[in-house]
Design a protein around this ligand. Structure first.
Ligand code: FAD
Length: 814
């Protein structure tokens, strides 16, 4: 009996087996349908571009680990990677600006990189004609992998530890499930009983997933690669890889040398998706991830690259193919234990660049019970139901491919598919000129054009250029109107989960850091932490009855929060019933100094401070609409979140809207909501708070009740109280009132990077631009002068005491 069967001996399968072996695991079997080590999977054909810089800190961490690992591995003297550096070049002003932004990400996430003049680019890549360039970005630690060599080296090491049996030429044809777990892996050469399975099957993932009854949301895409040559100037360099990998983002291309040959990869073409069912089997082709080359998708890029590298002009194509690999709905890998099959792990949609790190992460996760880093962006359980449909996976996979080299603004909504989930208030917000953006399939207004007149008189600092994109001064006007009178905000997309039954309290006490044994009608803010004390989620919980709790959490992390809750309910054999109420209930935030007067006008129920004190909930009637009003606010104002069954939504809106007219009520969007919360110092999940920080570092220690005898993460958190992490989330303001940053920019003390911006927005009421970031304790002190680097420009900044707005909280309590 195996302890673990890994399906797939590509970079993910090999790396995970290797890291598990290093962590002392034994009895692992790695199966592959192809021969070893050239299995015919994507890893066999990847030209091996290994970039370190990314807008995702998570991916950067994985790459920063993987590249030196590959470089340190060797087979018969040949290393698994050559750290020859990576050069990204810019031909257009937009791209040059983007390289400056990427240089900022490099600094933020600890990657050494340098902006270069065109001449310096020419010096780094000797065949490159820099005359059409505006500049470049050089990353010394980047390089070019020899993925099969790396796999081979990891295989040998794992085998030598006596931990792993690698078996090629073995096709998995079925998975036998029993009681929601895989008991046995069925192959064309027999059956293997196993304790657990890891799917590391690359583009075949969806087919294997189906054998276990789950959806693996990835889309195989064709990608063009060709070599030209021979090029004497390359041959003269003397080795197979001497030139850095060169990325020509303007043309969706990257280039590398293979000895005397020059390789070109191209993303600048109409996306070519292949359904997993249409991948040919190994019986038909030894190279099933290769398809016929389509020159019509290559010639434009080929000409552009020839213009940059005159030495390759006119050289014939020597080798060409359309290779296939995986693209996911959000462009991120699919990792971790699946919520529906107890012992099934996924390691899917992983680039070679991240394969080493993914192997380590999965090995740590399987060994320690937690991944040891914040995996929310790549968690297998992050997808909502629509994101698991075939049509969505295909559409988004094609978009992800198209976006490989795109410049994407942080506030830019996805283009396709749109208009999937409309809230009950959609029609009313649309009537107010809502400018809709998407999150989790939901359409929500970023601002409402109907408030344009307010913006004409409001004092909102102007923006121009990049920071003005996907922004409007109306956001500032909505913010100020909310602080002055009141705003109505659609909060329906929040994930709502009902936990009910005799075991409900015990389950929540285990999963939440705060005390959940509150009186009925009380609201509690809490976190849930990983075993290592890192923050998984934050949420608001209302106790509806002794054995009924409603949890309201972030829209984006809903599916993984519910999966976590269910997993622990199962572990504890809890009888609590967990149901998703997200679509069943719609909700409005009614916030601002006039909120109570507006609500009082709309309802006959008592909404006085005595009837609904801060952080309590009460059932009210808004005309004929039954609703639950919670005295909470995400914007730092007096007010309520009001929930009702979805079908009453329009009547609820109309009643509140009519009541609010004489009080100056406005309909506000997500832009204003975010700027209001930043000013009040409320943290945003996934940005300011994540599993790489504990609650004390995040300034959320108040949500941890260590007097509770037990909850997940408690032992580590008790320890952290005595020995803090040494860094804290700090609030900064920019000295120049006109300066704006948008997130992920490096924070500098002199020339030293001491943190990066986790989230930021303009504090329209306090007249300053505000940013959050984790800083070492010695810098996280109010008054400390720092700088934030934005597109290479430094803005002076200062750490300030928070919150900046309504410090004493008088506006909330009244
Ligand atoms: P694979 O390497 O495909 O391994 C999966 C394995 O599962 C296969 O060997 C397959 O035979 C096996 N398998 C599947 N089904 C079964 C079954 N039923 N039974 C037994 N075995 C099974 N990445 C980068 O980082 N940088 C790049 O520059 C880059 N460029 C690329 C260019 C091209 C042309 C291609 C094709 C890919 C490129 N990639 C690049 C992507 C990268 O190659 C892949 O993302 C990565 O190799 C995937 O590794 P994997 O282990 O998940 O999958």
């Amino acid at each position: 009996k195996a302890r673990l069967v890994i399906i797939g001996a590509g970079i993910v399968g090999c790396s995970t087996a290797y890291h598990l072996a290093k962590r002392g695991w034994r009895d692992i079997v790695v199966l592959d349908q192809g021969p070893l080590p050239h299995t015919g999977g994507s890893t066999s054909h990847a030209p091996g571009g290994l970039s370190l810089i990314s807008g995702s800190r998570f991916l950067t961490e994985l790459a920063r680990y993987s590249v030196p690992l590959y470089a340190s591995l060797a087979v018969e003297g040949l290393a698994g990677a050559a750290q020859v550096g990576g050069l990204e070049v810019a031909k257009s002003p937009e791209r040059w600006a983007e390289l400056k932004r990427r240089a900022g990400w490099g600094k933020s996430f600890g990657v050494e990189c340098h902006l270069l003049t065109p001449a310096e680019c020419g010096a780094k890549a000797p065949l490159l004609d820099p005359s059409s360039l505006l500049g470049g970005l050089f990353t010394p630690g980047a390089g070019i992998g020899r993925p099969v060599t790396a796999c081979q080296a990891m295989t040998r090491e794992a085998e030598s530890l006596g931990a792993v049996r690698f078996q090629g030429g073995t096709t998995v044809v079925g998975l036998t499930l029993e009681g929601g777990r895989i008991r046995e892996v069925v192959t064309d050469r027999g059956r293997i009983e196993t304790e657990a399975v890891l799917l590391a099957a690359g583009i075949w993932g969806p087919i294997l997933g189906r054998m276990a009854g789950i959806t693996v949301p990835l889309q195989p895409m064709e990608h063009l690669y060709a070599t030209v040559g021979p090029v004497p100037e390359l041959a003269a360099l003397g080795t197979d890889i001497a030139m850095p990998i060169v990325r020509v983002h303007d043309n969706g291309a990257y280039c590398r040398m293979h000895g005397a040959e020059f390789g070109i990869g191209n993303y600048d073409h109409a996306p070519l998706s292949v359904d997993p069912e249409d991948i040919v089997s190994h019986r038909v082709s030894r190279e099933p991830t290769k398809r016929a080359f389509t020159p019509e998708h290559f010639s434009r890029t080929h000409r552009a690259v020839e213009a940059l590298f005159p030495a390759i002009q006119g050289k014939p194509v020597t080798h060409s193919f359309n290779g296939m690999f995986s693209f996911t709905p959000d462009g991120m890998p699919v990792l971790g234990p699946h919520r529906d099959v107890g012992n099934l792990w996924l390691g899917e949609a992983v680039w070679v660049t991240h394969g080493g790190g993914v192997g380590r992460l999965l090995a740590d996760w399987m060994t320690d019970g937690h991944p040891g880093m914040d995996v929310r962006e790549a968690d297998v359980n992050r997808f909502t139901a629509h994101a698991l449909t075939r049509a969505y996976i295909r559409t988004r996979g094609r978009e992800s491919y198209r976006n490989t080299h795109a410049v994407i603004h942080p506030a830019e909504p996805m283009a396709l598919p749109r208009d999937l989930r409309r809230t009950a208030f959609h029609a009313r917000v649309a009537e107010r000129g809502g400018v809709f953006v998407e999150a989790g399939g939901w359409e929500r207004a970023a601002w409402c054009e109907a408030n344009a007149a307010l913006a004409e008189t409001a004092s909102v600092p102007a923006r121009a250029g990049w920071e003005a994109r996907h922004w409007s001064p109306i956001q500032g006007a909505e913010h100020l109107a909310t602080r002055r009178a009141a705003g109505l905000y659609d909060v329906s997309p929040l994930t709502k989960t009902l936990v009910a039954g005799p075991g409900a309290l015990a389950l929540l006490q285990e999963v939440c850091t705060n005390d959940m044994d509150v009186p009925v009608g009380q609201v509690a803010y809490t976190l849930s932490c990983e075993e290592n004390g890192g923050i998984r989620s934050d949420m608001t919980v209302v106790r509806l009855a002794p054995d009924r709790f409603r949890i309201m959490g972030s829209a984006a992390s809903g599916p993984r929060d519910q999966a976590w809750l269910r997993a622990h309910a199962e572990r504890l054999r809890s009888d609590a019933a967990i149901s998703d109420e997200t679509s069943a209930l719609c909700g409005l935030g009614l916030w601002g100094p006039a909120a109570r007067d507006i609500l009082a006008r709309a309802t006959a129920s008592d909404v006085s401070n005595e009837a609904i004190p801060y952080y309590t909930a009460r059932q009210i009637e808004v005309g004929v609409v039954p609703a639950l009003a919670l005295r909470i606010s995400y914007v730092g104002e007096h007010g309520y979140e009001i929930y009702t069954p979805t079908e009453y939504g329009l009547r609820l809106w109309d009643a509140l809207w009519d009541a609010g007219q004489e009080h100056g009520l406005i309909a506000g969007g997500t832009g204003a909501m975010d700027s209001l919360r930043v000013e009040k110092g409320y943290r945003r999940l996934g940005a300011d708070i994540h599993a790489d920080a504990d609650p004390f570092a995040a300034g959320l220690g108040f949500a941890v009740d260590l007097t509770k005898p037990s909850f997940i993460g408690r032992p580590v958190l008790a320890e952290r109280l005595i020995t803090p992490a040494g860094r804290k989330l700090a609030c900064l303001t920019l000295d120049d009132p006109a300066a704006v940053v948008l997130g992920r920019e490096p924070i500098l003390a002199g020339d030293r990077t001491v943190g990066y911006v986790t989230s930021s927005n303009t504090g329209y009421s306090v007249g300053r631009h505000i940013a959050f970031g984790y800083l070492p304790d010695q810098f996280a002190v109010p008054g400390q002068s720092l700088a934030v680097e934005y597109f290479g420009q430094r803005f002076a900044a200062r750490v300030v005491a928070e919150p900046l707005f309504d410090t004493g909280g008088a506006r909330l309590e009244g």
